[in-house]
Design a protein around this ligand. Structure first.
Ligand code: AMP
Length: 150
């Protein structure tokens, strides 16, 4: 990769590549688990952000943690889904980025997660950065660099 392409990668911000909040499926902190599982299954995503009633980011929730919660000795106890709320099982300790963070920071954070939530300084949800978006950008930069040397 040329120095120019490396510089381009270093000057790209998380905000340039994130999926903005209005396009991101999410659940609310007080939703029953039944609703969260429906959103996850219908959207096909393994996990989605959890927001409070003011659209502040409070965590993420995924299919596996929900299914584990209702796993009985011999069957899934689906009746539990309507009694339990998202805040009881969501992950609160999650990595977070801001739109102003560099893509390099985003890349480092995404090593261990398929997506990372982006929020502003007051905690309001701005969107998500996915591994897919980063890989697409790197592929584009490598392709451009290759064309330059041809
Ligand atoms: P992808 O890189 O598109 O495979 O997405 C990786 C993960 O990011 C998905 O499994 C979801 O957990 C999350 N994700 C991607 N796009 C969205 C979206 N529009 N709404 C909610 N979650 C998303």
């Amino acid at each position: 990769m040329s120095t120019l392409q490396e510089q381009h990668l270093a000057s790209t911000m998380v905000g340039d590549l994130m999926i903005s909040s209005e396009k991101v499926a999410h659940v609310q902190v007080n939703n029953p688990l039944e609703h969260a599982l429906l959103v996850l299954v219908k959207s096909g995503y393994s996990a989605v952000p959890v927001l409070d009633s003011s659209y502040r980011l409070v965590g993420i929730i995924g299919k596996t943690v929900i299914l584990n919660q209702i796993l009985g000795l011999e069957r899934f106890e689906f009746e539990k889904l309507s009694d339990m709320r998202v805040h009881e099982v969501m992950s609160k300790d999650i990595p977070q980025l801001t739109k102003e963070d560099t893509l390099v920071k985003g890349m480092n954070t995404l090593i261990n997660y398929p997506f990372v939530c982006v929020r502003d300084k007051d905690g309001y949800f701005d969107g998500i950065l996915t591994r897919r978006a980063i890989l697409k950008q790197i592929k584009k930069d490598i392709y451009t660099a290759k064309k330059e040397t041809e």
